[in-house]
Each structure stands twice: as C-alpha cells, then as structure tokens.
Write a protein that binds this ligand. Structure first.
Ligand code: NDP
Length: 477
C-alpha cells in the first residue's frame, strides 16, 4: 500500500518526499501538484461513488498542500490522510408511520468527522438527495469551518433521505421521533451536538429535542437551534444569513468599498437566504432575486423588508412555493426551472444548496460584471466555477468562512446552555459581528498572495492549522 507514493513501513523522510518538501523553495509547483494528484487518487479509490466528498477534499488539499510543503511534521504524522477519514460513520434505519397508517422506512446517518478540537458539531439535513457522500463532504467542511470560529467544536454532519415537503406536522413529528430514537445513543452535550440544516428548522429541532429529553430524562444542550423557550439562543435563526453579509462587508471594506447601493443576487428562500436579504437591505444594498427548487423570482428595484417578511411566512409557516410571490407582488416576476445567475448584479450570495453555480453560470456572471461571490450555502460553486472566479479576480468568499456565523452562534448556544444563562440579542449580535471580522482577518493572514487576498486559501489553511496541531499533539489517534 502506498500513501503519497510512500510504501508501508517507509517514512516520508526516507522516501525522499519530505526531503524534497523541506523548504518551499525546494519544492517546485509541479512537484506539489504531483503529490496532490497522488493524494487525490488515494482519496478517490477509498471513497468510490462519493463525488461530492472527493470534490470537498480536493478543494481543501489543493490549497493546503503548498502550505505544508515545507512542514514535514504534517506529512510524517499523515495529518491530511487522517483528516480525510471520518472518525466514525453511523448509518441506521428510520421506520415511521404515515397518516394513512402505512409503514415507511428511510435511511439516516451521523458522520462524526473530527473531534480534535471539541465535540462533533454540525447540522442535520432532511432532503431526498441526502446520501453518505453529501454528509461526508459536509462533515469534512464543517471541521475546518468550526475551527475558523475560534470556538472548541469538532466537525460532524447528519441527516436522512426524508422529504418533509408535503408531509403533515404529525408525520414530521413521528419521523423526527424515530430518527432521534436511534441517534440519541450516539450524541451528547460533550460528545456530539447536532443542529438544523436544509429541511430541519425550529419545528424539527423541537420534536427531536423533546424525544431526546424523554428517552434520556436529561435537559441538556444536546441540540442547538432550539426554541427560545427551551434553551435556544437569540440570534441563532438570523446568524448564518447575517454572518454571510458581515463577511461580504468585511471583504468589501478590505478593498475600500461597501455594500451600499450594490445589486445582490441571492438564491434560495429558506433561513439563510431570507436573513441574508434582510441584512443586505439594512446595510443599504438591493437584493433582487430569491429562488427555490421550482425557479427564481426577480424584483428589479430590490425586495423591501415587507416582502421579505411575507416570503419568510410563505416558506416557514405556509410551506408554499416561491412562485406565489409573483402573484402577490406586482413588481416581482417568476422564472420557472431556472436559477438567478443570468441576472446582472454586483454581488452573488448563493444560499440554497451544493453545486448550484456551474462553470458555465460563472462565465455568464463574470461577463455580466459580478464583483464578489460569497458562498452562504455549503459548496454552492462547483470546482470549475471557483476556478473561473479566481482566474477573473472576482472576490471569492468560500462557504467555510462565509457561513460560519451559524455554527458560531450555535457554539454560543452551547456555552449559554452549559452555564444555564441567556444572553440578549444585542450582545449576541456584537459577538457575531466580531466573530465574522476575526474570521475575515484569519483569511487575510493566511491568504495573502501577490494578487491580493485568496480567501479560499486563507480559510482552508487557517482552519487546517488549528485542527492539524491538535492532531499532532495527540499522536496517532
Ligand atoms: P432551508 O431548508 O431553510 O432552505 C433551503 C432553500 O434552498 C430552499 O429555498 C430550497 O428550496 C432551496 N433548495 C434546497 N435544495 C435545493 C435544490 N436541490 N435545488 C434548488 N433549490 C434547493 O435551508 P437553509 O437556508 O438552512 O440552508 C441553505 C444552505 O445553507 C444549505 O447549503 C445549508 O447547508 C447552508 N447552511 C445553513 C446553515 C443554517 O444555519 N441554516 C448554516 C450553514 C450553512 P425548496 O423549498 O424548493 O426545497
């Protein structure tokens, strides 16, 4: 067996790889590329049929390899190889009964990816597309994101291939209870603390927390994103969308610019998208699009707060379709089965799902003059799109930095639960704003290049260093 071209039993030093990587000047770009390709071949071989996971590992490895070229300790201790292997993947059956009395079965997972710097932490996703590859990519990304927040949280992710759309409240409740009946034995306030994600909002967290409490007879902060009545944190609902806009604001400020007057393309119409739109409006920008899986809506003069409030109710309470907004508002149009990337704008904040901006979309956006892309969803840009934005010098904020505000405030919810206190919104808003500014500064520190700041490199390397150093301290565990 070979790893990075090294035979079993042979150290990287004796193989000559580390010798060649001792100093940056000794390792040519071509050699680093060759090591990266060999590493990725191994990742692909070990994870067949998991393209999203392989894509996420590549994105990190491509920026971390040049950084560690002159740092033999990371190679010797096989840090990147171990980081690409989840500590544990749990997969389980979720039987539940629908309203007609039929028994249904779904598959659930919890990927406990890396606990080097704290208990596993990451959301739960309910969507028919959920599979092991998607959850492994999300858990891997989460490890670096959580590290960037500066809080002691490891990385994890979970979910089920369950589609909450069209299900009654009672069906969703029965599903959540069955999901938690199995999950509860694997999680705990000091072990693994899940949160919400696509398809898992306040309603689902309430049902799952209730079931955990009932089985364990313990009232502890085992989930975040809880209702304010039972241990939830103020600002958690707003945190991801607001945080994404704060991050974009920091990027613009660094380039001596600001959000005021900018036209902003947003995709999605869930928690992240609507709160991003709300913060853009508050800062004087103009959010002109939103979307769901049926198509996108466009408002040329920019949505106002009243319209955003209506859309929040539509999606969160009535669970309707975004097309309904075009019937409600005369200045809003709907385009079916399409994404908003053909609309002209200054800033894009993709806030729906992974791989929603292709290389082709990126080319259109670049030719329309896009200046900044901030990934509020997880991995919304495919690799070709990322490469195109970077090559065209579009300011590119990667998800693990841009959307870290959500898990950041989740971390603060854990702190409040442990101390049995509740902070007020103003205090939490300040903490969120300063957390996003600190994350931005870390990206600048590690992402300086001769062409300005490469935020992708900055986020990956800054996130990597803390986790890697903790893993070094533990030896090979
Ligand atoms: P929601 O479930 O609240 O909203 C998701 C939105 O994305 C909906 O508008 C949904 O449309 C749309 N969407 C989902 N899947 C697809 C698809 N395959 N094609 C087109 N549209 C789709 O989720 P969130 O707002 O919470 O999450 C959005 C993104 O942000 C995800 O990538 C998530 O991982 C990420 N994120 C969320 C955090 C949070 O705190 N909530 C934290 C960090 C990241 P429809 O209604 O038609 O399904």
């Amino acid at each position: 067996m070979t790893v990075l071209g090294v035979k079993k039993g042979q150290s990287l030093h004796s193989s000559g790889i580390i010798g060649g990587m001792m100093s940056k000047s000794n390792v040519s770009e071509a050699k680093t590329k060759e090591y990266l390709e060999r590493y990725m071949e191994g990742v692909k071989k070990r994870n067949p049929g998991e393209p999203e996971f392989v894509q996420a590992v590549y994105e990190v490895a491509a920026t971390v390899f040049p950084y560690i070229a002159d740092k033999p300790q990371y190679h010797e201790m096989q840090i990147l190889e171990r980081m690409a292997e989840p500590e544990r993947v749990i997969s389980f059956r979720i039987p539940w009964t629908d309203d007609e009395g039929h028994i249904r079965t779904n598959r659930g997972w919890r990927v406990q990816f890396n606990s080097a710097i704290g208990p596993y932490k990451g959301g739960i996703r309910f969507h028919p597309s959920v599979n092991q590859s998607i959850l492994k990519f999300l858990g891997f990304e989460q490890t670096f994101k959580n590290s960037l927040t500066g809080l002691p949280m490891g990385g994890g992710k979970g979910g089920a291939n369950f589609n909450p759309k069209g299900k009654s409240d009672l069906e969703v409740m029965r599903f959540c209870q069955s999901f938690m009946t199995e999950l509860q034995r694997h999680i705990g306030e000091d072990t693994d603390v899940p949160a919400g994600d696509i398809g898992v909002g306040g309603r689902e967290i309430g049902y799952m927390f209730g079931q955990y409490k009932r089985i364990n007879n313990k009232f502890v902060g085992v989930l975040t994103g809880k209702g304010l009545e039972f241990g939830g944190s103020k600002m958690r609902t707003e945190a991801t969308g607001y945080g994404a806009v704060f991050f974009a604001q920091n990027m613009l400020k660094h380039a001596k610019d600001n959000i005021e007057g900018k036209t902003v393309l947003i995709s999605g119409s869930g928690n992240v998208a609507t709160h991003a739109a709300e913060k853009i409006i508050a800062l004087g920008g103009k959010p002109v699009t939103l979307s769901d899986s049926g198509g996108f809506i466009h408002c040329e003069k920019g949505f106002d707060q009243e319209q955003i409030d209506w859309i929040k109710k539509l999606k969160d309470i009535r669970r309707g379709r975004i097309s309904e907004a075009a019937k409600e508002f005369s200045n809003v149009s709907f385009t079916e089965n399409s994404r908003p990337w053909g609309v002209t704008g200054d800033i894009a904040i993709p806030s729906a799902t992974q791989n929603e901006i292709s290389g082709q979309d990126a080319k259109v956006m670049i030719s329309n003059g896009i200046q900044l892309v901030a990934e509020a969803a997880n991995m919304p840009c495919d690799q070709e799109a990322v490469d195109s934005f970077l090559a065209a010098n579009v300011k590119f904020g990667p998800a693990k930095a841009v959307n870290a505000g959500g898990v950041g405030v989740s971390g603060l919810e854990m702190s409040q639960n442990s101390a049995r206190i509740a902070w007020d919104s103003d205090h939490l808003a300040k903490l969120l704003e300063s957390m996003m500014s600190d994350i931005h500064n870390s990206c600048v520190e590690y992402g300086q290049t001769k062409n300005g700041v490469n935020y992708l490199q900055g986020a990956n390397v800054a996130g990597f260093v803390k986790v890697a150093d903790a893993m070094l301290a533990y030896g090979h565990v």
